[in-house]
Design a protein around this ligand. Structure first.
Ligand SMILES: [Cu+2]
Length: 159
């Protein structure tokens, strides 16, 4: 799915380039835009991480990143809808404080510092989120009821 999408994106890029190549015309802006939109691909550009969500796992291709701008390419393999949170914390990924209901993480806890989130990822959705992350320990998780307890969490260490 990813590759098919990228291929058609590249084909479109070529068509756009042909159109953009007028006398002395610059097409660099269009190329940059399309490369950004495509994402994915076989190699990860610096500062980019692949994250795959599914019931009920959160797979992080690489668990470390360089500090600064980090782009997370999210993909929800379903079958359920998920969400995605990035919290800075010293806690282990399975030790986050829970709300009184015992079913979800207490996102308001002072032990967690929210760095970014994507509220809704429908099955099949792909979204990118770019965060400015200082060095530290981060936990990525889905906090829909029961999903965190079902192991939808992962660690990201930023150096
Ligand atoms: Cu979830």
């Amino acid at each position: 799915m990813v590759r098919a999408g990228c291929k058609s994106g590249r084909a479109n890029a070529r068509n756009l380039l042909r159109m953009a190549r007028g006398p002395g015309g610059s097409c660099l802006a269009i190329v940059a835009l399309l490369l950004t939109a495509c994402g994915g691909g076989t190699s990860n550009p610096a500062g980019a991480l692949q994250v795959r969500l599914e019931d009920f796992k959160l797979h992080l291709a690489v668990a470390t990143a360089q500090s600064g701008e980090v782009t997370l390419h999210l993909e929800n393999d379903g079958p359920s809808t998920h969400e995605f949170n990035v919290d800075r914390t010293d806690l282990a990924p399975d030790q986050l404080p829970l709300r009184a209901d015992g079913l979800s993480v207490d996102e308001a806890s002072p032990l967690l510092k929210r760095m970014g989130s994507v509220e809704i990822l429908e099955a099949g959705d792909k979204k990118n989120i770019t965060l400015n992350l200082p060095p530290g320990h981060y936990v990525l998780y889905c906090n829909l009821e029961g999903h965190y307890l079902g192991s939808m969490h992962a660690t990201l260490d930023v150096h």
